[in-house]
Design a protein around this ligand. Sequence first.
Ligand code: IMP
Ligand code: MG
Length: 173
Amino acid sequence: MEDKINVLISEEDLKNRIAELGEQISRDYAGKEIHIISVLRGGVFITTGLSNCITVPVTIDFMSVSSYGNGTNTSGNVLIKKDLEDDIEGKDVLIVEDIIDSGVTLSKLIPMLKQRKPASLKICTLLDKPDRREADVKVDYIGFKVPDKFVVGYGLDYQQKYRNLTYIGEIIV
Ligand code: IMP
Ligand code: MG
């Protein structure tokens, strides 16, 4: 059975905002190269859209992580399911995420990556759900703030479905 989905952020609004982020990031990294760490699986979609709009040289690597321990609790830990291919030492690293919800995953991942001595480490997320934050994470680039609703599309899934939608929507139950 197909679910009904209500559009929250249209394809055009996503495209325009991602282009703005790309311009801002290109200005901020002028004269540098950006090493993007795309967080699988959802981060792939924003990574391609965003990197198309970045004008400084870009390299891209992928990582897959999951929180474990106490579920979404801040005392949980993060498991690396797929590690990076390349060293990040000395690189200007930009983590690209689909959504920051509790912030637990990133709050665990960031110190682990800092141990690998990147020259800098910033975070870009397509969506931010600030109402749900449990762990303190400093996010440098945010596409859109969204309310405390479960959203799908443009990389975000519900039971692994709907990542391929060109817009962000809410499943109507
Ligand atoms: P957190 O910030 O550690 O809570 O982790 C956020 C992760 O939970 C994201 O990378 C998504 O995989 C997932 N997630 C959180 N909110 C949503 C949502 O509204 N729709 C789909 N996935 C979500
Ligand atoms: Mg994710």
